[in-house]
Design a protein around this ligand. Structure first.
Ligand SMILES: Cc1cc2nc3c(=O)[nH]c(=O)nc-3n(C[C@H](O)[C@H](O)[C@H](O)COP(=O)(O)OP(=O)(O)OC[C@H]3O[C@@H](n4cnc5c(N)ncnc54)[C@H](O)[C@@H]3O)c2cc1C
Length: 349
């Protein structure tokens, strides 16, 4: 049986492994981090959780929804309330405004997005090699893949790491064409420029009069924020994105600034902060290279050239950004991951 190696155990790589789980294909996964999920990261505080990566999806995300329903993973509607707050300080005022009615709901997972990753892991019984950072790929009759520690061989290779990171971190022999190299290096990695934060309290003191915590504040440390409470687990939490101009601060300094801004918004000194976490994704070396060129959001996402087969259709790229449907999003990762899985099934079984 031909050997298939998948590089990257994010949602796209795991979706490919899921797609071929019933075949007798010889599949293994190499993952650089000591954990699964890539840009999906939920900090579990059993039974509560802080969401630090991908969170929301919608009815248009058909591949993701189909998979979630197949796997029976519970999800619910994001409640954004009737009113949001605009914090224009210091250049303006604090204002409340009505949130326009939206026909389509936004959903999130009951138990955090990592529930999807954990369930996929249970479904696919293939060896996963953690802490294996792929450095080079050599193709002759088959592939010779070198990581920092070891060497692997494969007949088919699926690289499911963000396209821009591929050219910044993996050397190919023979090299990819100039056109492919440029295309990969100029494909934006969705959300790699963001700082996501999540904070939990002992009460949901911010909720009243139709306000659930939805905030936009372009001048302050919190740029965008939403409620992340859960009645079932008595979780009272907020989640959102921080202004990237605060990326030079330490995590503790960012936390103090976030709590200070929340204090000025809600004036509640009795409130106890239970947990805070943030991730500056720009500093995550297995998401984006520290010297990566700055690109426009979604630049080249979904470009058909990213879905070509390389080395006589023995190598495919499959990260979300390569998808024909909703590239950059979780749905894109599932769509493309399964598409590559289907291709392998047709070819090899
Ligand atoms: C803060 C944030 C918020 C987001 N919010 C949303 C949202 O609300 N809704 C939504 O749909 N999407 C959202 N996204 C995007 C979503 O997370 C991605 O679309 C999806 O998770 C991508 O999965 P992937 O498998 O394609 O890539 P990744 O998750 O990036 O996985 C790539 C994997 O490859 C590994 N890897 C990297 N380099 C190597 C190497 N050299 N060798 C071996 N392994 C390697 C990585 O460690 C990682 O596990 C968000 C992303 C972030 C960061």
């Amino acid at each position: 049986m031909p050997k298939v190696l998948i590089v990257g155990a994010g949602l796209s790589g795991l979706s490919t492994a899921y797609g071929v789980r019933k075949s007798n294909m010889d599949v293994e996964i190499l993952e650089a981090r000591p954990r699964l999920g890539g840009r999906i990261l939920t900090k579990n505080l059993n039974p509560r959780h802080l969401e630090l990566g991908a969170t929301w999806f919608g009815p248009q995300h058909t591949s993701l929804l189909k998979l979630i329903r197949e796997l029976n993973i519970p999800f619910k509607t994001q409640e954004n309330g009737r009113e949001a707050m605009y914090d224009f300080r210091p250049k303006g005022n604090l204002e409340r405004f009505q949130i326009p009615h939206q026909e389509a709901s936004t959903y999130k997972f009951d138990n955090g997005t990592s529930a999807l990753i954990d369930t996929l892991k249970k479904e696919i019984s293939v060896p996963i090699h953690y802490n294996e950072v792929v450095k080079s790929v050599k193709f002759d009759q088959g592939f010779e893949i070198r990581t920092e520690n070891r060497q692997f061989k494969a007949d088919y290779l699926v690289i499911s790491i963000p396209p821009q990171l591929i050219t910044d971190s993996i050397r190919f022999e023979p090299g990819l064409s100039e056109h492919s190299h440029v295309l990969l290096s100029k494909t934006h990695t969705w959300m790699s420029d963001s700082i996501k934060f999540s904070v939990a309290f002992d009460s949901d003191f911010w909720k009243k009069d139709g306000f659930t915590g939805t905030l936009m504040s372009p001048q302050q440390i919190i740029q965008e924020m939403y409620d992340h409470s859960d009645v079932r687990t008595a979780q009272h939490a907020l989640v959102g994105f921080l202004n990237s101009s605060y990326s030079e601060l330490t995590k503790e300094e960012r936390k103090q600034r976030v709590l200070k801004q929340l204090g000025t918004l809600f004036l509640n000194d009795d409130v106890q902060n239970e947990a805070y976490a943030d991730v500056n994704w720009r500093e995550e070396k297995f998401t984006i290279h520290e010297k990566a060129e700055l690109l426009v959001p979604h630049q080249n996402n979904g470009n058909p050239g990213l879905r070509e087969g390389f080395f006589s259709n023995r190598l495919f790229f499959s990260a979300s950004e390569t998808a024909a449907q909703t590239p950059g999003y979780m749905d894109g990762a599932v769509h493309r991951g399964l598409e590559v899985g289907e291709w392998l099934l047709k070819k090899l079984s």
